[in-house]
Design a protein around this ligand. Structure first.
Ligand code: T1G
Length: 699
């Protein structure tokens, strides 16, 4: 039963039971309304609303979005609760989020377990609180605090919420027992209904200028996103209008958000992140292996970041380096990273010390004899990796998982260096590994099922979004990046300058443009990798001649103060450099390229179509399990704007036939083989099918 009603002495208890997170489905809304109505007519003296299972209501049922809203709507339920003639008490445990917290705010009192948290995270779905949150919160905690809470979407601990006045009582122990005791206390004290809607918003100097200043702040912090701006509008309306008028205004803006492409994209990512760790065909009976102790080989930037990811999740780590000097340097880097996090107030000193205490160092492989998982993060050389895996094969216990953090090498070849290929897997982290949430789990030919199950579970345990990838050059993300990066180089030599290319893509929503990314990573990385390749393997010289010329001039990027851009030594602010334009023009001449003006639209299309076309190839080859996995990779690993849903979602929104036409036109105009439309894309367009149709047929 979704909602039950029972009496406990003088109390009415409404209990919601809609696993997994008590989302406010239509059935729940209907049940709560019926229960509140019942309670008005019996001789109960107060009403307690609580939830079964792991959490109080975690919000509206996101899976219902995009469908017609069935009455009663949440605002109707909340109005009935707030209008109740008897005091209504919300008993919160777990996370009361979104519509769940809005329902709690329409109650007259709120109590919570000290382990609970509350929040209005709608902004992360391209939405805004559509059931009174933008009107009630400022009446409780003031305008500025409301703006911060709702535009950030962050959870607030029960203790902090108590201090702010969002909830009235915090207790530990059993939530129902404590809540009923609190309700009886209120009855004894003669406390009646207390309606937030009747509170006048504290008059404070938050005038229209302050609101506009806040909007400008959000234009930077939430660049390109519509919902944060609408939230400001709603909170400004709360100050200017009556409560009822404010509710009407909020609802109208909420409906706009629900219908927006940005919200559809963000809801797609929400579910895609949760779908990605699931591996169809992996027998549910396959239990992950226990991972209690981990070792990392290599204490460089990647190794140190990976070690922090595990320590942050409370898992002890042994960091191995070739010699004490390198080990000390690695541990010093980790210490600096933690110190930075503490200085930003994101971690207490005690927490930093505790986490660092979980990371021990060694230069002796014998110390790895009893670890459950080893992750190799050494230099991207197959020879070096095969040596390391040969050594691990000698020292590690039976059943230990041996993983490589390689970003594009063949994991099958690495596995072949051991006597236990079934225990070898790729775990590709993204730099900085302690921050970036993406984890590509690379399944080699012989990787055992329980190793994959372990990798997926472990990825979630350390707060990553694990995505399964097959073995190919660059797996999912880096394979698509090569096509994208090629277009940046070709657009540059054909006529665009770095600033135009990066400007187009950052205005689209990319976190950084491709050339600025090159300068950040260092142009010498690609240069060195190319030195090991034949001319044929290097591909079209037009796609690297400028980068090579810059490296040979000593322009390696940010680390030398100059690359595609010049960098201010103090602020690291980048600026266009006429010297680079001279290099570009010289290389164009050497390559026989007649430079021309490229439109912003052409530049954007070429970059996006390059990603999408390769994405279709990755799907048809089975390197990725589903389109949403590719979207999760590109949003969480490469700065693709989440409010556009990722490359494959963007392609679906634009329409596959339009995408096909655009790619085919590039194919015709360039004659380049890489612009041949991917067979899967061609087939879907020919059969007038969507990627959803393809997935439905596949499953
Ligand atoms: N609706 C539907 N399904 C949901 C859901 C929701 N709100 N939240 C979670 N799930 C599913 C999820 O897909 C997964 O399913 C399972 O529950 C466990 O989730 C009117 C309009 C609550 C902190 O944004 O933040 O209210 O994969 O893996 O890591 O103003 O889920 O098992 O099949 O994430 O322990 C606002 C979203 C909605 C909260 C738990 N609320 N959820 O985290 O488990 S909009 C939110 C979360 C709204 C009102 C507006 C987290 C969690 P499956 P999980 P978790």
């Amino acid at each position: 039963m979704l909602v039950s009603y029972r009496r406990v002495d003088e109390l009415a208890v409404i209990s919601i039971n809609n696993p997994p997170v008590n989302a406010l489905s239509h059935g729940v809304r209907k049940g709560v309304l019926e229960a509140i109505t019942t309670a008005q007519t019996d001789d109960s003296k107060a009403i307690v609303i609580l939830c079964e299972g792991r959490t109080f209501i975690a919000g509206a049922d996101i899976s219902e979005f995009g469908k017609p809203i069935e009455e009663p709507s949440l605002p109707q339920v909340n109005a009935a609760i707030e209008d109740s003639a008897k005091p209504v008490i919300a008993a919160i445990h777990g996370t009361a989020l979104g519509g769940g917290f809005e329902l709690a705010l329409s109650c007259h009192y709120r109590c919570a377990l000290d382990s609970a948290a509350v929040g209005l995270p709608e902004v992360n779905l391209g939405l805004l609180p559509g059931a009174g949150g933008t009107q009630r919160v400022p009446r409780l905690i003031g305008v500025k605090a409301a703006l911060d809470m709702i535009t950030s979407g962050q959870k607030i601990s029960a203790q902090k919420a108590l201090e702010q006045g969002l909830i009235d009582r915090v207790f530990d122990g059993q939530v129902e027992e404590s809540a009923l005791a609190y309700a009886r206390e209120l009855i004894t004290a003669g406390a009646g209904p207390r309606r937030i809607s009747e509170i006048a918003i504290p008059q404070e100097s938050f005038d229209s200028e302050a609101f506009d200043a806040y909007r400008n702040l959000l234009r930077k912090r939430k660049r390109g996103q519509e919902a944060p701006q609408r939230i400001v509008d709603c909170i400004e309306a709360a100050m200017e209008k009556s409560f009822d008028e404010g509710l009407v205004y909020e609802r109208s803006r909420f409906v706009e958000c629900c219908q927006s492409e940005q919200s559809a994209a963000l809801r797609h990512i929400f579910f895609a992140e949760r779908q990605a760790p699931k591996v169809p065909g992996l027998d549910k009976a396959v239990a992950p292996r226990a991972i209690d102790r981990v070792a990392i080989i290599g204490a460089g930037t990647m190794g140190g970041g990976i070690a922090m990811s595990f320590a942050n999740a409370g898992i002890p780590v042994t960091l191995l380096e070739l010699n004490q000097k390198a080990l000390d340097a690695g541990q010093a880097l980790i210490a600096r990273n933690y110190a930075t996090t503490v200085s930003k107030g994101k971690l207490s000193q005690e927490q930093a010390v505790a986490r660092q205490g979980l990371i021990s160092g060694t230069t002796d492989y014998e110390d790895l004899a009893d670890v459950d998982l080893v992750i190799e993060a050494v230099f991207e050389s197959m020879d070096v990796k095969r040596q390391v895996f040969g050594r691990l094969d000698q020292v590690c216990k039976e059943g230990a998982i041996l993983a490589s953090n390689t970003s594009y090498l063949d994991v099958n070849e690495i596995a072949a260096a051991t006597s236990r290929p079934q225990d070898v897997v790729g775990l590709h982290f993204f730099s900085p590994a302690n921050v970036m949430r993406l984890l590509e789990v690379v399944r080699a030919d012989k990787t055992a099922e329980d190793v994959i199950a372990t990798a997926m579970a472990l990825g979630k345990r350390i707060g990553k979004v694990p995505v399964l990838a097959g073995v190919c050059y660059g797996f999912i993300g880096n394979r698509m990046l090569r096509q994208y990066a090629r277009e940046a180089q070709l657009c540059m030599i054909e006529g665009a300058e770095p600033g135009q290319i990066d400007g187009v893509l950052t205005r689209f929503g990319m976190a950084m443009g491709p050339l600025a990314v090159g300068d950040l990573a260092g142009l010498d990385i690609g240069y060195k990798a190319r030195q090991a390749l034949t001319d044929e393997q290097k591909g079209d010289p037009r796609s690297y001649c400028i980068a090579d010329a810059l490296v040979e001039m000593g322009r390696l990027g940010q680390k030398t103060g100059a690359g595609y851009y010049r960098y201010d030594p103090d602020t690291r602010a980048r600026s266009a450099d006429p010297e680079v334009l001279a290099v570009i023009e010289e290389q164009a001449k050497l390559q026989g390229v007649e430079r021309r003006v490229l439109s912003d639209e052409e530049i954007l299309d070429r970059h996006l179509m390059a990603l999408i076309n390769e994405g279709f190839r990755i799907l048809e080859e089975g390197i990725a399990q589903r389109p949403g996995d590719i979207d999760v990779v590109y949003v969480h690993g490469y700065g693709f704007p989440s409010y556009r849903g990722g490359p494959m979602f963007y392609a679906s929104q634009r329409g596959l036939s339009a995408v096909y036409e655009r790619i085919e036109s590039l194919h015709k105009s360039t004659g380049e083989a890489h612009w041949a439309p991917a067979p899967l894309l061609t087939e879907l367009v020919r059969n007038n099918q969507t990627l959803g149709d393809w997935m439905a047929k596949k499953n």
